[in-house]
Design a binder for this molecule. Structure first.
Ligand SMILES: Nc1ncnc2c1ncn2[C@@H]1O[C@H](COP(=O)(O)OP(=O)(O)O)[C@@H](O)[C@H]1O
Ligand SMILES: CC(C)(COP(=O)(O)O)[C@@H](O)C(=O)NCCC(=O)O
Ligand SMILES: [K+]
Length: 255
């Protein structure tokens, strides 16, 4: 079985694939100080609940945008799984030309998302990932990674608002606002955040289309995609497991 690991700034998502099928998915907080042995405790317990032994993991692929964590995970793979993981980065075959000024600079998760999205549409596509940051990636109709945009993520924007304005509460739950005309503090913040982000997404996608002079397909993923998608006309599809799907595809391209 293949263990796919996506290490984001907030969460580490693990996916276990049997052939092409994602059979289990787990989400852990990303902890910068974690050791390889602590990793083993978590993964061992998760596997135990599903009666899976470490010995059944034959392959591991990792995408990581938090460099301090990578070493511990690689050590974990070596010490407990006896597998040398494939790490998404310079030197692996993506099948996708990376037309960034310095291809090494692009976040691995953005490339993985781009590969998965192009596999779905095979057309000019914009991927929107609502993670710690909100990222936009443009893939051309020929399957080239052309770059995109990086914005502050929804949660970190909210956190900044709460930290810097003493009368504002910390927004807790994200529900579809009843109206853009908030009549109390909570509803006003909710309207501003949800409709504000929907507008941001619509604006960036419209600018991509103007600059490239064509329509694009769109797909969204990441923790808060399901909150924004219902109020954002330009999001065509939400695929919560897009990054894991991309990791599986990249593993196949490199084996
Ligand atoms: N299932 C969920 N429901 C609601 N919020 C979520 C969920 N998963 C993640 N989030 C929130 O979305 C934000 C981004 O999460 P995530 O996609 O895991 O980011 P990253 O890839 O940067 O680690 C986090 O701040 C998290 O609190
Ligand atoms: C933009 C990101 C911070 C997004 O990370 P995430 O929100 O998924 O944790 C990450 O992809 C990253 O560190 N990228 C490097 C810079 C770049 O892509 O140009
Ligand atoms: K991510």
């Amino acid at each position: 079985m293949l263990l796919a690991i996506d290490i984001g700034n907030t969460h580490t998502v693990l996916g276990l694939f049997k052939d092409k099928e994602l059979i289990y998915e787990w989400r852990l907080r990303t902890n910068i100080d974690i050791t390889e042995d602590e990793w083993a405790i978590y993964i061992h317990d998760l596997f135990k609940m599903e009666k899976i032994n470490f010995g059944r993991i034959k392959h591991v692929i990792i995408s990581c945008v938090v460099p301090p964590v990578l070493h511990a995970v690689e050590q974990f793979c070596d010490k407990y799984l006896r597998v040398k993981p494939l790490v998404v980065g310079p030197g692996i075959k993506t099948g996708m030309p990376i037309l960034y000024e310095n291809p090494r600079e692009v976040g691995a998760d953005r490339i993985v998302n781009a590969v998965a999205a192009y596999e779905i549409y095979r057309d000019a596509t914009v991927v929107i990932d609502f993670g710690t940051a909100t990222t936009f990636d443009y893939i051309s109709e020929k399957g080239e990674y052309l770059g995109g945009a990086i914005c502050p993520g929804i949660l970190i924007s909210c956190e900044a608002l709460f930290q810097k304005a003493s009368k504002l509460p910390r927004p807790q739950i994200f529900v579809r606002p009843k109206s853009v005309l908030g009549k109390n503090t909570m509803d006003s913040m909710n309207a501003g955040i949800i409709f504000g982000y929907a507008g941001l997404v619509e604006g960036i996608v419209r600018r991509f289309e103007e600059e490239m002079n064509r329509r694009v397909r769109t797909i969204a993923t990441g923790g808060l995609a399901s909150v924004i998608a219902p109020v954002c006309k330009v999001i065509e599809k939400v695929e919560p497991n897009l990054t894991l799907m991309g990791l599986r595809i990249l593993f196949e391209r490199n084996s």
